[in-house]
Design a protein around this ligand. Structure first.
Ligand code: UD1
Length: 379
C-alpha cells in the first residue's frame, strides 16, 4: 500500500506522530510519505514539534505559507495535486524529493491519503486526492460543532463528505456519521491519537523557562490560550475576555502563550496586569508540563480540552459550542461561552474547589495508533 500522510498546522503534528512511529514497524507492507503543506512554518508553530515528538523530516514540503482561507486552500490543492500527478518539480525546487527512492516508488500517485483533524490542509488535500481517485482516510472524522461560522466546521463537513474510512474518537462522532448516511463499515472507533502522544510523552514533559522566571508553584497558576477568530479578531471582545479572566483569577498568575494570530491583535490593545504573563508559543513538552501542573486551563482550543480531560485538570472553554462534547459529559471541561460576563461564576466555582473530577473517554488509552495500523493492513 502506498500512503500519503498530511500534516499542515500545529494541532496536526501530535496526531500524526504516533501513527508514523507505528507505520515504521510495518514498512514492508505500507510505504508512506509524509507531506507537510507548510500552513504553519515557524519553528515555534511547527519545527519544534517535529523535533520533540521525533517526527521524521517531511518527504515533501509544499511550502504554502500564510494567506486567506481560500488562498491557502487553493495553494495546497494545486501543489498537492501536482505532487500526485508527478509534476511537483515544475513548481518546486525540492531537490531532495526529486532524487529520492520514494519518488520512484510513488511515481506521484498514492493508494490512500491519510488526513487528520480539521485544518485547511486536511480539507484541501482530501479534495485534491479524491478527485484523482485516491482513497481518503480521516483520522478524527465525524466530530461537529454545528457552528458553520468556524472554518474548521466547514473543513470537517467537506472532508467527511468524501472520506472512505473514518477513524473516530467518540461514540458521538460515530452517531453523527450514521445520521449523515455513512455506511457502518466505513466507521471505525479507534480512540484518540493525540492522547497516544500525550501518554507516551508524559514522563518526558519539560519545565519551561517561564516556570522559574515567573516563580510558578504547583497548582497555583492558570494556563490560558486564545486563538479563535471569534475571540481574538475583535479588539473589544479580546480585551473584555482578558479583563474578566484577570479579575477572576484573584491574583493567581495567568501564563498566556500567545498564538501569532492573537499576538497581532494584542499589539494594538496594550493590555497589562501584574498577574498576566504573555509568553511566546511553547513547545509540546513545555506546554503540557505547564498544563499538567496548573490550577486550571482557560482556552478556546479543542485539542487542549482533550488533553486536560486526560490529565484531570479543570478546563474552561471560551466557546459557545464544542465538537468534543465528551470532554464535558465525561471529562473536566466546561463550556463557558464567549460572553465575558459568563466567566465570573465559573471562576468562583474553581476557587471554591467545586470542579468536577471527570473520567477518561473509552479507548483514549495510548493504543489508538496501533489499532489504526492494524486496520490499515486489512484495507
Ligand atoms: C489554524 C487552524 C486551527 C488550529 C490552529 C492552531 C485552520 C482553518 N485553522 O488556525 O484549526 O486550531 O491552526 O494553531 O486551519 N502564522 C505565523 N506562523 C506560523 C503560522 C501562522 O505567524 O507558523 C500566522 C499567520 O500568518 C496568520 C496567523 O498566524 O496571520 C494564523 O495562521 P493560520 O494558519 O491562518 O490559522 P490559525 O489561526 O493558526
Amino acid at each position: 500500500m502506498k500512503l500519503d500522510i498530511i500534516a499542515g498546522a500545529r494541532p496536526n503534528f501530535m496526531k500524526i506522530a504516533p501513527i508514523i512511529s507505528e507505520l515504521k514497524k510495518v514498512s514492508d507492507k505500507i510505504q508512506y510519505r509524509l507531506i507537510h503543506t507548510g500552513q504553519h512554518y515557524d519553528k515555534k508553530m511547527s519545527g519544534s514539534f517535529f523535533e520533540q515528538l521525533g517526527i521524521p523530516e517531511p518527504d515533501v514540503n509544499l511550502e504554502v505559507g500564510s494567506g486567506t482561507q481560500a488562498e491557502q486552500t487553493a495553494r495546497i490543492m494545486e501543489r498537492y495535486e501536482s505532487l500526485l500527478l508527478n509534476r511537483h518539480s515544475e513548481q518546486s525546487d525540492n531537490a531532495a524529493w526529486e532524487s529520492s527512492e520514494l519518488e520512484t516508488t510513488f511515481n506521484g500517485i498514492s493508494d490512500w491519503v491519510l488526513v487528520v483533524g480539521d485544518v485547511t490542509s486536511t480539507m484541501a488535500c482530501s479534495i485534491a486526492a479524491k478527485k484523482l481517485g485516491v482513497g481518503v482516510i480521516h483520522v478524527e472524522g465525524g466530530i461537529r460543532s454545528n457552528d458553520i461560522t468556524m472554518p474548521e466546521e466547514i473543513n470537517r463537513m467537506v472532508t467527511d463528505s468524501i472520506t472512505d474510512i473514518f477513524y473516530t474518537t467518540s461514540e458521538v462522532a460515530n452517531e453523527n456519521l450514521r445520521k449523515l448516511g455513512h455506511d457502518e463499515s466505513k466507521i471505525r472507533y479507534v480512540g484518540n491519537t493525540m492522547i497516544d502522544t500525550l501518554l507516551k510523552n508524559m514522563p518526558r514533559l519539560q519545565k519551561p523557562a517561564a516556570w522559574n522566571n515567573l516563580s510558578l508553584k504547583d497548582k497555583k497558576y492558570f494556563v490560558m490560550t486564545l486563538h479563535r477568530p471569534a475571540n481574538v479578531d475583535e479588539e473589544v471582545q479580546l480585551k473584555a475576555l482578558i479583563d474578566e479572566i484577570v479579575k477572576g483569577a484573584d491574583g493567581m498568575p495567568i501564563v498566556f502563550p500567545v498564538h501569532p494570530r492573537t499576538a497581532k491583535m494584542l499589539k494594538g490593545i496594550g493590555i497589562e496586569a501584574d498577574n498576566l504573563h504573555m509568553i511566546e508559543p511553547l513547545g509540546y513538552l513545555e506546554f503540557n508540563y505547564l498544563v499538567k501542573n496548573s490550577f486550571a486551563v482557560i482556552t478556546d482550543s479543542g485539542g487542549i480540552t482533550e488533553e486536560t480531560t486526560v490529565m484531570k485538570v479543570p478546563c474552561m472553554t471560551l466557546r459557545d459550542n464544542t465538537e468534543r462534547p465528551e470532554t464535558i459529559t465525561i471529562g473536566t471541561n466546561e463550556l463557558v461561552g464567549t460572553n465575558p460576563d459568563n466567566i465570573a461564576p465559573f471562576m468562583k466555582k474553581l476557587h471554591a474547589g467545586d470542579w468536577k473530577v471527570g473520567e477518561t473517554p473509552y479507548l483514549w488509552d495510548g493504543e489508538t495508533s496501533e489499532r489504526i495500523i492494524e486496520d490499515l493492513l486489512g484495507l
